[in-house]
Design a protein around this ligand. Structure first.
Ligand SMILES: O=C(O)c1ccccc1NCC(=O)[C@H](O)[C@H](O)COP(=O)(O)O
Length: 237
C-alpha cells in the first residue's frame, strides 16, 4: 500500500465541507485541440501542486486526447498525488498496465465500458488494489451504476460518447446529485470555468470537482486553483 487514495480525498472533503479540486492533465481535447505542450508539463504539474490540487487524472487515449501511459509515468514520478486513469477500458490487461504505471484509481464509464465486461473489469481492478469510480452522464447510467453499489460515482457534465464536443454544464451534476444516496461519494467532472461553477457543484453535494481545459488554458494555474476554491461550500446530501 502506498497510502495514496482518491477516495480518501473525496471522503475528507465531505468531512471538511470544502470540495476537493482535482486536475485532469489532458494534452489535447477533441473540442479545443492542443492543450498542454510536453515542454511545459513539469512546470504545469508544479503549479498544480503549488495551487493545492488534491489529485490528478489523465485520459491516456492517444487518438483523441494525445495521452499515453508513457506520459502518465511522467506524472507519477513528478508528484505523489493520487492519480486516476481515464480510458476506454475494455480489457483486464489495460488494468494490469494501470497498476504497472502507478495509477491509484480508474474510471469505468458506464457508457463506454462494454456492458458485459463492466462487473468483470471492476472486480479485476479492485483485486489489483485500484480504486474504481463509475462514470455516468445520464439518469439511466446513474441507475446502472448505483445497482453496482459503488463507493463513488463520477458525474461527467459532458458526454464522453460525443467525445466531449458538447459544451457541458454543471446542471448535469445538479440534476443527478439528488438521486445519489448519501453514502456514495460524487466527483463532478468537466466544463468548470469559474468559482461559481465549483460552488454550484459543491452546493449540489459533489465532494470533488475535476477540471482540465480551463486549467490547461490558464496563464497562472496555481492562482486559478486557489480562486476556484473561494466561496465553495459542500452541502450535505
Ligand atoms: O470520462 C471518461 O470516461 C474518459 C475516457 C477516456 C478519455 C477521456 C475521458 N474523459 C475526459 C474527461 O473526463 C475530461 O477530460 C475531464 O472531465 C476534464 O474536462 P474539462 O475540464 O471540460 O476539460
Amino acid at each position: 500500500m502506498n497510502g495514496r487514495s482518491l477516495l480518501d480525498v473525496l471522503a475528507s472533503a465531505r468531512r471538511t465541507r470544502q470540495p476537493a479540486v482535482l486536475a485532469d492533465v489532458k494534452f489535447r481535447s477533441p473540442r479545443d485541440g492542443a492543450l498542454i505542450d510536453l515542454d511545459r508539463l513539469d512546470a504545469f504539474l508544479d503549479a498544480l501542486v503549488e495551487g493545492g490540487v488534491e489529485a490528478l487524472t489523465m485520459p491516456t487515449d492517444p487518438v483523441y486526447f494525445a495521452g499515453g501511459v508513457d506520459l502518465a509515468a511522467k506524472l507519477r514520478v513528478r508528484t505523489e498525488l493520487p492519480l486516476m486513469r481515464k480510458e476506454f477500458f475494455c480489457t483486464t490487461s489495460q488494468l494490469d498496465e494501470s497498476v504497472d504505471v502507478g495509477f491509484d484509481a480508474v474510471q469505468l464509464s458506464i457508457n463506454t465500458t462494454p456492458p458485459d465486461q463492466l462487473e468483470r473489469l471492476r472486480e479485476h481492478a479492485e483485486r489489483l488494489g485500484l480504486e474504481v469510480l463509475l462514470g455516468v452522464h445520464t439518469r439511466g447510467q446513474l441507475r446502472t451504476a448505483l445497482a453496482l453499489d459503488p463507493v463513488a460515482v463520477a458525474v461527467n457534465n459532458r458526454n464522453i460518447v460525443a467525445l466531449e464536443l458538447d459544451p457541458g454544464t454543471v446542471r448535469v451534476t445538479e440534476m443527478l446529485a439528488p438521486e445519489v444516496p448519501s453514502d456514495v461519494l460524487i466527483l463532478s467532472e468537466s466544463a468548470f470555468f469559474t468559482a461559481d461553477d465549483v460552488a454550484r457543484a459543491a452546493a449540489a453535494g459533489a465532494e470533488g470537482v475535476l477540471i482540465g481545459t480551463a486549467l490547461a488554458k490558464s496563464d497562472d494555474p496555481a492562482r486559478f486553483v486557489r480562486t476556484l476554491r473561494e466561496g465553495a461550500w459542500l452541502c450535505p446530501r
